[in-house]
Every structure is written in structure tokens, then in C-alpha cells.
Design a protein around this ligand. Structure first.
Ligand code: SF4
Ligand code: F3S
Ligand code: FES
Length: 236
């Protein structure tokens, strides 16, 4: 089948501002949108720039705005992307919003990862490591099962209007990562993390807009995680 792509292009070295370019490709309805981008890059226009790695929804590197929604290019198949775009309409592809564009669909993620690092996304435990392992009950493991699925794709943070309007906001992805450790019974860094998340750019900036939940390709209940971090701030 023939599919039409409309891709936002921008090369800061040569372009004054971003512009759209259109491509027609033949693809199977069950090919992934990432296959379509590869077809364009490998056989039509080698300058088209985007990130990808695993092609199986695991690495989080190919989050982009497809038909106006943040999605992973390797998770959506052509027929669904066409359905989203509407009959006879081109499938639109743009970079994630809210970060500086490096080139075409590649954005500068440094600010995103700085906020991720700020919540200390690693186990903090000051006691000597036991001979075998730090035991945890099944019930305790359940408490952070949802947030441990995060692949740091940034689809949630870059779909959040509060984040667009206020760069001080740490954003839902960093809160999800903090939740993963705050609710881990083996961790002892809760005070350090809650100090950061209780500050002006922390969890209280969230206005419960819910775009983050819709955008998450891992189906994480992001707003529930944000609320549970708020509860930890109130009751810990
Ligand atoms: Fe991506 Fe979901 Fe993690 Fe946000 S919470 S970074 S959308 S996987
Ligand atoms: Fe933003 Fe999600 Fe809160 S979209 S305002 S982080 S509920
Ligand atoms: Fe790894 Fe899509 S390429 S998540």
C-alpha cells in the first residue's frame, strides 16, 4: 500500500526555521512506522535524522510526535497511523515538543536527563550488603511494579502543558523514576528524594492534566505515581 508521510525537517546549520517535507512510500499495513522512516532514510533521503535502537519498544529512543500524539515509532503500525491521520491524509511526524531540536526528529534530551539524575534514580542503602541479596516481600515489590516499567522515552514529560509553560517543573518522568525508589522497601534515600520533589519545581506543579498517562507507551499510571509521591510527602 502507498502511504504519505509529512515530516517536520530542521537543520539548524542551514535552515532559518523548521519546514515540512512530504514522501510517498510503499509499505505493508503491518509494518511499523519506524520501518517507513527507515525506508525514507535508507533509499530516499539519507539526511533524515532520528533516533532509534531496539525497534521493540524497550530502549525508548524513538519517541516522537506522530499525528499530533507522542508515540514510539517502533510501536505503531502503518495501518493504525493512517487511521489516526484520517483517510487520504498524510501521516505527520514531528519531534517531541519542549526540547531544543538538534536536527529533524532528534531533540536535545540533556535537560530531561538532568532532571532524572536530580531525583537520585538508584538504590540508596547505607547498610552493608548481605551475603546473598536484600530480601523483599512480593507485596513490597508490587508497590513499585508499575513505575519500574519506565523506559525514559520522555513522551510523558514532553506532552505535559505544565512542563511546556514552566521549565522549572521536574516533569512526570522524573517523578515516576523517583516513585520507583521511594516505594522500594530496600531503599533508604526517601528523605533526599522527597526534599527535591517537595520544592517549587516538584510534584505540586502537576495540574492533573492527564496527557502524560495517554502518552506513556508502557501504560504506566503516571498520575497515580504522582499522587503517591504527594502522599509520601504528606505522611512520611
Ligand atoms: Fe516514557 Fe512512560 Fe517513562 Fe514517561 S513514564 S518516560 S512516557 S515510559
Ligand atoms: Fe502534566 Fe501529567 Fe500532571 S500532563 S500536569 S504531569 S497529570
Ligand atoms: Fe527502541 Fe523504539 S527503537 S523503543
Amino acid at each position: 500500500m502507498e502511504y504519505r508521510f509529512k515530516i517536520k525537517r530542521y537543520n539548524p546549520e542551514t535552515d532559518k526555521k523548521p519546514h515540512w517535507e512530504e514522501y510517498k512510500i510503499d509499505a505493508s499495513p503491518t509494518d511499523r512506522l519506524l520501518d517507513g522512516l527507515n525506508e525514507i532514510k535508507w533509499y530516499r533521503d539519507g539526511a533524515l535524522t532520528y533516533r532509534r535502537s531496539c525497534a521493540h519498544g524497550i530502549c525508548g529512543s524513538d519517541a516522537m510526535m506522530i499525528n499530533g500524539h507522542n508515540q514510539l515509532a517502533c510501536k505503531i503500525v502503518m495501518q493504525d497511523a493512517q487511521k489516526q491521520a484520517g483517510k487520504n491524509q498524510p501521516i505527520t511526524v514531528e519531534p517531541l515538543r519542549g526540547f531544543p531540536i538538534v536536527k529533524d526528529l532528534v531533540v536535545d534530551m540533556e535537560g530531561f536527563f538532568a532532571k532524572y539524575r536530580a531525583v537520585k534514580p538508584y538504590l540508596i542503602n547505607h547498610e552493608p550488603a548481605p551475603e546473598r541479596e536484600r530480601i523483599q516481600s512480593i507485596a513490597d515489590r508490587e508497590k513499585y511494579d508499575d513505575t519500574t516499567k519506565c523506559i525514559l522515552c520522555a513522551a510523558c514529560t514532553t506532552s505535559c502543558p505544565t512542563f511546556w509553560a514552566d521549565r522549572e517543573y521536574i516533569g512526570p518522568a522524573a517523578i515516576v523514576q523517583a516513585h520507583r525508589f521511594i516505594y522500594d522497601s530496600r531503599d533508604q534515600g526517601i528523605d533526599e528524594r522527597l526534599n527535591i520533589l517537595g520544592e517549587t519545581g516538584g510534584v505540586y506543579k502537576c495540574r492533573t492534566i492527564y496527557n502524560c498517562v495517554e502518552a506513556c507507551p508502557r501504560g504506566i499510571d503516571v498520575t497515580r505515581a504522582i499522587n503517591e509521591v504527594r502522599q509520601a510527602l504528606l505522611f512520611h
